[in-house]
Design a protein around this ligand. Structure first.
Ligand code: NAP
Length: 317
């Protein structure tokens, strides 16, 4: 049966609350994953220039469009401006490259991947001399022109802390619809949620399951969110899997959430989250697992003036 995923309406944009994540989805598997997801009812697909798989994500989307499974207007495709394109004169270049790779005329939302800029050509900086100090507010203003040109329908932020969101809100002509950040019981970010909700900015949760470890293994057993005894016990209580409990946790709090999988059975399983609710007590129990643990640290930009994560130790600046 085709799932009917609810949407959040904000600033005229209808964001489907559950999206398919594609970070670390290999090019040879992601087109099929996107196809399986769209067939099952996913409409929100999240990718990024950085992921190096926009062409294959686009292939999956275009296959679904060309065989009539879905119409373009019913999809919500999100990609992101990487930090090597932060100089205002480079912003359109980043957008155009993404659209070329996706094989689409426009995306539904274009996010600034993070506040720090990098000089390039290294994708990630190898030393502080690779940092570029373009103010992300200037980058944002250049992104606004992309909406005027019809290349994206809306704009958003990613990995911004509340002070940084505030600066953009203060100076923007087009408001960010979302701030996409890491969120899960080990990093519940209650203050950021409160702040963004007070400003009508949707928070989209990434890495809800604890992400995919590089090289296949987590550094420590404490970081295995899907195996946390509290999460596992809650799954048993609700007759759901730990992954479904973790997705529901975000939906219950009015957020949108991205679930990455290239495994068809999991792509389908992750959709089965609209037929149960967590009690307030259980949400509090999940929040109390907080250990300020980040799976995605932007380590290589730790000394950048716009490094966003206040809860992380900083090297000398
Ligand atoms: P995630 O969704 O928390 O975890 C993905 C991992 O969980 C994969 O190894 C996946 O395996 C596994 N998985 C998926 N469904 C499962 C299930 N039902 N049961 C057990 N395991 C399951 O990690 P993420 O990729 O870091 O985050 C989600 C998405 O958010 C990303 O893909 C990306 O689109 C976005 N994101 C954005 C940023 C940013 O800076 N803006 C950063 C990180 C992520 P299989 O694929 O092998 O099934």
């Amino acid at each position: 049966m085709l799932a009917n995923i609810p949407t959040i309406l904000r600033s005229g944009v209808r964001l489907p609350v559950l999206g398919l994540g594609t970070w670390k989805s290999k090019p040879n598997e992601v087109a099929t994953a996107v196809r399986v997801a769209i067939n099952a009812g996913y409409r929100h697909i999240d990718t990024a220039w950085l992921y190096g798989n926009e062409a294959e994500v686009g292939q999956g989307v275009r296959d679904a469009l060309s065989d009539g499974t879905v119409k373009r207007r019913d999809l919500f495709i999100v990609t992101k401006l990487w930090s090597t394109f932060h100089r205002p004169e480079d912003v359109k270049l980043g957008m155009s490259d993404s659209l070329d790779k996706l094989g689409l005329d426009y995306v539904d939302m274009y996010l600034m991947h993070g506040p720090p800029g990098f000089k390039g050509p290294n994708i990630r900086p190898t030393s502080e001399s690779d940092y570029d100090d373009t103010d992300y507010v200037d980058t944002w203003k250049a992104m606004e022109s992309l909406v005027d040109e019809g290349l994206t329908r809306s704009l958003g932020l990613s990995n911004f802390n509340s002070r940084q969101v505030d600066r953009v809100l203060h100076d923007c002509r087009i408001k960010p619809v979302v701030n996409q950040v890491e969120l899960h019981p080990y990093l519940p970010q209650l203050d950021l949620i409160k702040y963004c909700q007070s400003k009508d900015v949707i928070l989209t949760a990434y890495s809800p399951f604890g992400s995919t470890p590089d090289g296949g293994n987590y550094i420590s057993s404490e970081s295995r969110l899907l195996e946390d005894p509290v999460v596992v016990a809650m799954g048993k209580k609700y007759e759901k899997t730990p992954a479904q409990v973790l997705l529901r946790y975000h939906l219950e709090r009015g957020l949108s959430v991205l679930a990455k999988s290239v495994t068809p059975a999991r792509i389908l399983q992750n959709l089965e989250v609209f037929d149960f609710s967590l009690t307030e007590d259980d949400i509090n129990k999940l929040n109390s697992l907080n250990r300020n643990h980040r799976y995605v640290t932007w380590e290589y930009s730790r000394s950048h003036k716009y490094y966003p994560f206040d809860d992380q130790p900083r090297s000398a600046q």
